[in-house]
Design a protein around this ligand. Structure first.
Ligand code: FNR
Length: 423
């Protein structure tokens, strides 16, 4: 009703309310590379489409005459009462959408009481994000590095900077076959974007220095020649400063010679992930942190069982928004099976394909404890910064609240399978 009332006074929303319009507006606003990275998926992007279509296999029963004048969206999650069942999924390289990137997202999330999962590929160090929204609730997402000392260091920092839980993402041990990015020959990390969590880390800095002492990598391709324009010079100065911050004078020299903080980027590419990871390795995380640990990227119900049996504190059902396997199992289809196996022992987070409040309602009805929003908030960020993120999240919550009431419920925790009918 706020949006309608604002309309009377001539104020229009900053971001399109409809999900398709939101994506279109972001496409118009952002560079081709940035939009491709945000919107793109693996292969022919069949999983991206299937994730969204899965919601159409369920219909919500309208149930009038049940006095729904007071409605409660709050849920219990990770030992605390949260005002809503929505959290923000970790999205890396948000500097592609907006210069304020994770800082803007953290502020928007904090202002709504929505927990924010900060990405390992964030554009700002986690301590800076914590300072930007000191009262916000944050989880830290880890990509399990090939270097255990780095893993331990990142988790120590997460704990010290006030994160409430660790989310270990398991579906990215190999980077997906992302056709849009391949066509544009665009990978943000090779341009030094989205590696702030690493370059601010003392263990990573040691790895970079060690690599520099070994000298340039003979197998690495030479840096492309740079055409000197005011824009490239300004970018070069920014990057050189970054290099100096990482490795002092050596880094400055290295980066002046190259358009990229090369040693840092190459070190990142070496250690970013490990395809050798197994269930047994996960036990190490318990030694590195006393925070609750959630596993993100669980799709098969057998993996959900194994996760809970291995003692983790939460299961996060996700196929990375269709960015990893083309024609992967849509997450909504597998959610009921996962919920059955988890059997209430730990919370179940759901993502991949949530575009509006009615989607969130369906996932909650199928047993998700909380629902994570992904791409839509990145689009809001790209269109209108912090305010854009806030509007997108509020729109999803408003539609969820309305769907709750129209389906005859007064609390999200009451919503179950009987609220739905298979389409
Ligand atoms: C992601 N995702 C992701 N996941 C993660 O664990 N760490 C990360 O750094 C990122 N980065 C990232 C960047 C971008 C641009 C996208 C679109 C996605 C996956 C993310 O957390 C979530 O699983 C998906 O976004 C869910 O799919 P939808 O709903 O956004 O389509």
């Amino acid at each position: 009703s706020e949006i309608y009332r604002a309309g009377i006074s001539g104020t229009r929303p900053r971001v399109p309310v409809d999900a398709g319009g939101l994506e279109d507006a972001a496409r118009r606003r952002l560079s081709a590379e940035a939009f491709a990275y945000l919107a793109g998926g693996a292969g022919a992007e069949r999983t991206v489409r299937a994730n969204a279509r899965a919601f159409e296999r369920w219909q919500v029963w309208p149930r009038p005459l049940r006095d729904v004048s007071a409605r409660d969206l709050s849920v219990e999650f990770l030992g605390r009462r949260r005002p809503t069942p929505l959290i923000l999924a970790p999205l890396g390289v948000m500097e592609l959408a907006h210069d304020d990137a994770d800082l803007a997202v953290a502020r928007a999330a904090a202002s709504l009481g929505v927990p924010y999962t900060l990405s390992n590929q964030a554009s700002f160090p986690m301590e800076t994000v914590a300072d930007a929204a000191p009262h916000g609730s944050r989880l830290f997402q880890l990509y399990w590095s090939a270097d255990d000392d780095l893993n331990a260091s990142l988790l120590r920092r997460a704990e010290a900077s006030g994160c409430e839980a660790i989310v270990v993402t398991l579906d990215t041990h190999l980077l997906g076959w992302r056709t849009r990015d391949l066509d544009l020959a665009y990978l943000p990390f090779t341009r030094g974007l989205g590696i702030a969590q690493y370059t601010s880390d003392p263990v990573f800095q040691q790895l970079v220095r060690a690599r520099m002492r070994r000298g340039p990598d003979a197998s690495a391709p030479p840096s492309p020649p740079v055409r000197l324009t005011p824009k490239t010079v300004a970018a070069g100065v920014k990057i050189a400063r970054k290099g100096a911050a990482i490795t002092g004078a050596d880094g400055l020299r290295d980066n002046l010679r190259s358009p990229l903080p090369r040693a840092a980027v190459e070190t990142f590419l070496d250690v970013f992930s490990t395809p050798a990871l197994t269930w047994d390795d996960l036990a190490k995380a318990r030694e590195w942190t006393s925070l609750p640990i959630l596993l993100k990227g669980i799709v098969h119900p057998d993996d959900a069982s194994r996760a809970v049996d291995s003692g983790v504190d939460g299961v996060w059902v996700s196929n990375h928004g269709g960015r990893q396997i083309d024609q992967s199992v849509p997450t909504l289809d597998t959610l009921p099976g996962v919920v059955e196996r988890v059997a209430g022992r730990v919370p179940v987070v759901f993502d991949s394909g949530v575009r509006q409040g009615a989607d969130a309602f369906i996932a909650l009805a199928l047993g998700a404890t909380v629902v994570a929003l992904g791409r839509p908030y990145a689009y809001g960020l790209g269109i209108a910064g912090e305010e854009g993120v806030r509007e997108v999240v509020r729109n999803v919550l408003a539609e969820l609240d309305i769907t709750l009431g129209l389906s005859g419920h007064t609390a999200v925790t009451e919503v179950g399978r009987d609220a739905l009918r298979p389409a």
